[in-house]
Write a protein that binds this ligand. Structure first.
Ligand code: PNS
Length: 165
């Protein structure tokens, strides 16, 4: 059975990788679908997020990483997937994901499986990582080494303070 792990993954974190690994243990074929949320300011463009995810998931059997354009239910139909896997950290994640699960179920007939985030990563978010990284802070505890290196090469330390005035 094919399952989709959708997200923007900017950047991919140990929390994401934990959910992808657990999805791969449950489903024989897992597509990590890398999309854009128009409400977010991204650190990495889609191609770079895909490249980093491919490197970070290379050791997980049965995982593919593809770009997501348009509606998730249309992507699922094209790829023969009937399940979406989402990681849930707090109640606010659940409230949002429940709405998405209902819409995606009604519009596209796809099922949503919610996995509780592992305790080690239960409050981690890419948004926080982008914030810390933008001030030149050390995010290496939260992301794969390659991602930490890429962030260090991308973010100019001090640039944010200067822009903040
Ligand atoms: O949780 P994220 O990282 O903000 O997720 C981003 C993304 C692109 C995966 C999400 O916004 C998405 O699924 N977009 C596709 C459009 C869609 O199908 N939306 C759900 C119906 S409202």
């Amino acid at each position: 059975m094919t399952a989709i792990c959708p997200g923007s993954f900017d950047p991919v974190t140990h929390g994401h990788l934990d959910i992808i690994r657990r999805a791969a243990a449950l489903f024989s074929d897992v597509i990590v679908a890398v999309g854009r949320n128009s409400a977010k300011n991204y650190l990495f463009d889609t191609d770079e997020r895909i490249e980093l995810l491919r490197a970070a998931t290379a050791d997980i059997l049965g995982v593919r990483v593809l770009a997501l354009h348009g509606l998730l239910v249309d992507f699922a139909a094209v790829h023969g997937a009937s399940v979406v896997v989402k990681g849930i950290r707090f109640a606010s994640d659940f409230d949002f994901e429940l709405q998405m699960a209902h819409i995606n179920g009604i519009v596209g007939g796809i099922e949503t499986v919610m996995l509780p985030a592992s305790s080690a990563w239960s409050t981690l978010s890419s948004t926080m990582i982008r914030e810390v990284a933008s001030y030149g802070g050390d995010v290496s505890s939260f992301v794969p080494a390659l991602v930490a290196e890429r962030i260090a090469a991308t973010v100019t330390p001090g640039a944010k303070e200067r822009n903040d005035g």
